[in-house]
Design a binder for this molecule. Structure first.
Ligand code: B12
Length: 263
């Protein structure tokens, strides 16, 4: 749904002030000042030239009045910079739309009741942290009984039979287990994103699943701090969950999606 064309906000100058949502730019000290903060490292030695290089780069990015607020010698010929600058560009917020998961919020009992009304067997959920990634805390938070921030994991539901394969699982191994267990849902966690390895690894899983004829009959879900539902769709998944995800959100989506597809 497109947002309204204006809204009122309280600002440091006192409020409320009207914002034209068709022409939005960053806010720092005053509405519409365009203030942004950037930090990056340059592979150049620490010193005034490094700072000027940072400012010049900001100007090339189309930013105005760049100022170095912090410069740090990282050693070995590297400099870390934090700069403030002003962004002259605006965006039309009313034209922005992002695909989101269509899911009704349900508690654990509501999710189990929905499942019990439509299915005569437990849904098999297979989870893993794949590729070289060894960060298991996220997938454990979603799957394990203990859950996350007081929200119980999928093991606590009657609806699910959960298999957690742990860390550094190869895509081929994961798909082998999907076949062996007849999984209904695959949950993949990707935390490390260096050199976009999460994209490569997730896209490869979908390619392999398609080649093995598994893509259509299994729900593929991914999650992690740099993942989102739009990115998941782009990579060929059915759904994606980002930072702060609660297990009950995932559980509600799985059951509602499977009810819609098969029940
Ligand atoms: C703990 C930790 C480790 C532990 C992991 C222990 C373990 N068993 O998991 C150890 C020490 C082993 C480790 C190692 C490394 N780490 Co580390 N690690 C972290 C740290 C501090 C916390 C991660 C964490 O546990 N978060 C808590 C969980 C609950 O949050 P989450 O993972 O985001 O999960 C939530 C959501 O994202 C979502 N979610 C996650 N997965 C899934 C999956 C599905 C299906 C769904 C639905 C939802 C979902 O739900 C969860 C709950 O809300 C982060 C920094 C940080 N503060 O985040 C760095 C971090 C992730 N590590 C990093 C790095 C670089 C490494 C190493 C490469 C370091 C090195 N040079 O050796 C190695 C890599 C090892 C490997 N092969 O993977 C970087 C990654 C940078 C990047 N973007 O690629 C980070 C961001 C640190 C940093 N700022 O540089 N690490």
């Amino acid at each position: 749904m497109s947002p309204a064309a204006s809204q009122k906000v309280a600002t440091a100058a006192g409020g409320p002030q009207a914002v034209d949502l068709t022409r939005v730019r960053p806010y720092g000290d005053a509405l519409d000042d365009g203030a942004v903060m950037l930090s990056f490292s340059l592979p150049v030695p620490f010193g005034p030239e490094a700072q000027e290089a940072g400012r010049a780069l900001c100007r090339q990015m189309g930013l105005r009045e760049p100022q170095v607020y912090h410069a740090h010698d990282l050693g070995a010929g590297f400099t870390y910079l934090t700069l403030y600058a002003k962004c002259p560009h605006t965006i039309d917020f009313t034209k922005i739309s992002v695909p989101s998961l269509a899911v009704a919020k349900l508690d654990r009992k509501g999710i189990d009741d929905l499942w019990a009304r439509h299915f005569e067997r437990r849904l098999r959920v297979l989870g893993a942290c794949t590729g070289d990634d060894a960060h298991t805390v996220g997938i454990d938070a979603i799957l394990n009984l203990k859950g996350y921030h007081g929200d119980k994991g999928l093991e606590a539901y009657r609806a699910f039979e959960v298999f957690n394969l742990g860390a550094q699982v190869r895509n081929e191994v994961l798909l082998g287990r999907v076949r062996e267990l007849g999984a209904d849902v695959v949950l993949v966690s990707q935390i490390v994103t260096q050199k976009d390895c999460h994209r490569t690894n997730l896209a490869e899983l979908i390619d392999l699943a398609e080649a093995e004829g598994l893509r259509e009959r299994v729900l593929f879900v991914c999650g992690g701090p740099r993942l989102s539902h739009p990115l998941a769709l782009e990579l060929g998944f059915d759904a994606g969950f980002g930072p702060g995800t609660q297990p009950s959100e995932v559980a509600a989506w799985i059951v509602q999606e499977l009810v819609e597809r098969y029940a």
